[in-house]
Design a protein around this ligand. Sequence first.
Ligand code: FES
Length: 154
Amino acid sequence: MNQTDFPRILGICCRWCSYAGADLAGTMRLQYPPEIRIMLVPCTGRVDILHLLKAFELGFDAVFVSGCHIGDCHYLAGNIQAVKRVAKLKKDLASMGIEPERLEMFHVASGEGPKFATVCREMFERTQKLGPNPVKREVRAAWLAKQPDAEIAA
Ligand code: FES
């Protein structure tokens, strides 16, 4: 773990709309932060609360779920389920000591490459303001405490 680990942002995108939007952003050569790691899922309805928690546990500083617009989900209501799960977890994150702003849900269509780039920039700026994921900070502090040259590493 080192300073280059921050920020790490996970973008979970459905294959039908948002992933195509990300692809279009690339095709249009739109700039967005390279710290965004994109994970493809068949539908945002596949994203479970446990997956989102695991991402934070693994050290991602922010996570966003990006799916089709409401009414456009190829599996009818997957994105509505995702909206509910993200909203529920945002409420629970605060009680875990993790800022709810680290998690967000977006809707990006396949033709909205510029919007996808905007979403990425927004999450990047938000994460920069929040700082590293508290889970990662605790893991790093525990790791540093075990190092014989902890003062130098800090
Ligand atoms: Fe895109 Fe369901 S297929 S959110």
